[in-house]
Ligand binder design. Structure first.
Ligand code: UTP
Length: 293
């Protein structure tokens, strides 16, 4: 079945980036020259999703503005002969049909996904967490999941093999068996387990294809870890009722939900940009050549 809709939950408080997120949406922090959210939307569009649904909150107006037309800016750029910049700005607002739904209280990721029910209730749909930025040359990671859904049916989650020391930061999936090239039949999952309680080293990352049956489960889901309605808890029930596949994706992931991850992603992408590479290398070389105190 074709996946047309992709939901972006962006209503979280972004406390790990305070104080900047007191006023600025975390998703608008730059990754070199584009906001974090832009990478996710570009991935969804490249994966064939025509409709983007953002679940937003009070402090997230800048996301709506970023994807809207900006007639004054467009007019001024055109009038000043900056056609390339003009076209770039227009392209952003033409990227996809974007619908905004307010999550009035940040009651958790699961609750944010539930807010998309009025639009997604009758079909399988994608969910992308913008904090996880995936970059790869070939097939976008979301499209890797969509292809598995088209072949096997059911829901699909992105998996990454994780080191022992990081396992307790993620939802971890239990595989019943692996059918081919990193595709697992998932039969259970645990949110942020201790290492000794983790059912595998397969951590759940921020891309999903979900069955509409998830909405009923989310509606009846009790608050879990952190007092929030957790998507992983509803997925745990879903995989006991319907097929849920896990895909060990091909590609690089940057965790832009933490300051360290966001900074690493910026440095890495700057190193890959011909115009910025030397800036980073010069700073690092200068630092390395300083006499140690
Ligand atoms: P996180 O817990 O990782 O992000 O939620 P956060 O709440 O924004 O940031 P911290 O932990 O306080 O630093 C994962 C995703 O779910 C969204 C977030 O915006 C993020 O994309 N989310 C979370 C919601 O949309 N609503 C919520 O109530 C909670």
């Amino acid at each position: 079945m074709k996946i047309n809709k992709c939901v972006f939950p962006v209503a979280g408080l972004g406390t790990r980036f305070l104080p900047v997120t007191k006023e600025l949406a975390k998703e608008m922090l730059p990754l070199v020259n584009r906001p974090i959210i832009s990478y996710g939307v570009e991935e969804a569009v490249a994966s064939g999703c025509r409709e983007v649904i953002m679940i937003t909150g009070r402090a997230k107006r800048s996301i709506e503005n970023y994807f809207d037309r900006s007639f004054e800016l467009e007019y001024l750029l055109k009038a000043r002969g900056k056609d390339e910049l003009h076209d770039m700005i227009v392209k952003i607002s033409d990227m996809a049909e974007i619908l905004f739904i307010r999550q009035r209280e940040p009651l958790g990721l699961g609750h944010a996904v539930l807010c998309s029910e009025p639009v997604c209730k009758n079909e399988y749909f994608a969910v992308a967490l913008p904090d996880d930025v995936f970059l790869n040359e070939g097939d976008p990671v979301l499209n890797q999941l969509i292809r598995v859904h088209e072949k096997m049916g059911g829901s699909v989650i992105a998996l990454e093999e994780i080191n022992d020391e990081n396992i307790s930061r993620y939802g971890v999936a239990k595989s019943q068996f692996e059918i081919e090239g990193g595709i697992h039949k998932i039969i259970d999952m645990v949110e942020k387990p201790k290492l000794e309680e983790a059912p595998s080293n397969l951590a759940i990352m921020g891309r999903y294809v979900l069955s509409p049956a998830i909405f009923e489960l989310l509606r009846n889901q009790n608050p879990g870890s952190g007092g929030e309605i957790q998507l992983t808890d509803a997925l745990k029930t879903l995989c006991s009722q319907e097929p849920v596949w896990g895909v060990v994706f091909n590609g690089r992931r940057f965790d832009c939900g933490t300051q360290k991850g966001w900074l690493s992603a910026n440095v890495q992408l700057a190193l890959e940009d011909p115009e910025l590479r030397d800036v980073v290398l010069n700073i690092v070389n200068k630092e390395l050549n300083q006499p140690q105190s």
